[in-house]
Write a protein that binds this ligand. Structure first.
Ligand SMILES: O=C(O)CCC(=O)C(=O)O
Length: 414
């Protein structure tokens, strides 16, 4: 076992609770002014920029192009754990007083080594940079947008406007409207807009507007936000095998890193590995936030949470076991990254107080994707999508603070 990754002597990790960090990081606006008739009046509002000093940008910590495998001083390994070959590099974030370790985890079952980051003082938190390559990000997002929003998956829109016909994303791209079909033949369906639509009662709803109001989808058993439990008997869309495999691979690398550090890991050695059967997809637009919560509605808390990021960057915040515990990490996560919460961190408060939609998604910008993938890439320039996979198993738990948090909140949020 390696020495525990501990803060260096003299380091002063930032002492702040998730509540305080959230407040400092969430999008705030300030008024802009103009003069009229000699008086100063409010003309609008502008977004205040993110206070970058509070956030760890992992890419900025490594020498250009370098990782543990390429580094000299401060590097360690190789060391093999559970068939995963580990090399590592210690990195210090002076301004935040944080000690981090960047691991390259080479697993013969994976095509390329995983780059995993750990932070001293945050046992069980792992950030896997680039768990999905750009083409895989597009495939995953296409799957989320094309299939996983369709019934029987449940979304916030189903709660607001009732079950939608399949094909919300395609309908939005085609400029279609939702005909509520009351009293008519054919029921609720997508159709092209017509001249008489604005005066119709009820007026049809433009698919584009509905897509802009999409905030969450459940994969696997739907989550009942009121009773705070998974509806294990309800019809469901299964976790797509590709997403499940990505999450399993990411977890395998993180578990090896955790064992090398002497951290507690969730799944015992004789377990076949992480095999998610449920997930929550969050769609964040500018101004949206997921406030600090704990995911504790799952019956078996030894199973990790693996959250895949797609699209615009966001700030992932992890705190302790209560909202007021001090010692918070705020990390910039980018398209393709996976955040893994395992062991003691599985019960930790975490959230995404800020998304940076104004930065777009550089990983998926420019030519490359054609056809239907182009529409997905374009969507991801404005939206952050997270797919947080978990194992619910056969029995629902008592319900948790995730439900109490009530899901995504925001400017236009549900
Ligand atoms: O958006 C994320 O990356 C985190 C999502 C999350 O915390 C959750 O779904 O419980």
């Amino acid at each position: 076992m390696l020495a525990q990754q501990a803060p260096r002597r003299g380091a002063r990790p930032p002492r702040a609770s998730p509540r305080r960090v959230e407040k400092a990081l969430k999008l705030r606006k300030e008024p802009t002014f103009k003069r009229r008739n000699g008086r100063q009046i409010v003309s609008g509002h502008r977004d205040l920029p993110l206070d970058e000093r509070l956030v760890v940008d992992l890419d900025a910590l490594l020498p250009a192009g370098g990782g543990a495998a390429e580094a000299g001083a401060g590097a360690g390994g190789p060391r093999e754990v559970d068939g995963v070959r580990l090399t590592w590099l210690d990195v210090r974030h002076e301004a935040l007083g944080l000690d981090l370790r960047c691991w390259d985890a080479a697993d013969p079952r994976r095509r390329a080594p995983a780059r995993v980051w750990t932070l001293a003082g945050h046992e069980g938190l792992y950030v896997v940079r680039g768990a999905l390559a750009p083409p895989e990000q597009l495939d995953a997002a296409a799957q989320v947008l094309h299939e996983l929003c369709d019934p029987p998956a449940v979304t916030n829109l189903h709660r607001e406007v009732g079950p939608l016909p399949p094909g919300l994303f395609e309908a939005a791209g085609a400029g279609a409207v939702l005909d509520l079909g009351r009293g008519g033949a054919g029921g609720v369906r997508w159709r092209p807009p017509r001249d008489g639509d604005p005066g119709a009662d009820p007026p049809p709803l433009p698919a584009r507007e509905l897509l802009s109001r999409l905030r969450w989808t459940s994969i696997g058993p739907p989550f009942d936000w009121t009773r705070r439990q998974y509806l294990l008997g309800a019809p469901r869309r299964e976790v797509p095998p590709g997403l499940a495999a990505t999450a399993a691979e990411a977890y395998r690398a993180c578990r090896a890193v955790g064992k090398a550090l002497g951290w507690g890991v969730g799944l015992p050695d004789d377990d076949p590995g992480f095999s998610p059967d449920a997930g929550l997809v969050n769609y964040y637009r500018a101004g949206d936030a997921l406030m600090a919560h704990r995911d504790d509605a799952e019956a078996d808390m030894r199973q990790p949470i693996v959250a895949l990021s797609l699209g615009c960057p966001g700030v992932f915040v992890k705190g302790g076991l209560s909202r007021d515990d001090e010692g918070v990490a705020a990390v910039l996560v980018r398209s393709g990254d996976a955040v893994v919460l395992d062991g003691v961190a599985r019960r930790a408060f975490h959230g995404v107080p800020r998304v940076l939609c104004e930065r777009g998604c550089p990983e998926l910008a420019g030519p490359g994707a054609g056809g239907e993938r182009a529409a997905v890439a374009e969507y991801l320039q404005r939206v952050r999508v997270s797919v947080s996979l978990r194992r619910v198993g056969g029995a629902g738990g008592p319900g948790g603070a995730l439900a109490q948090a009530g899901g995504l909140t925001g400017s236009a949020g549900a």
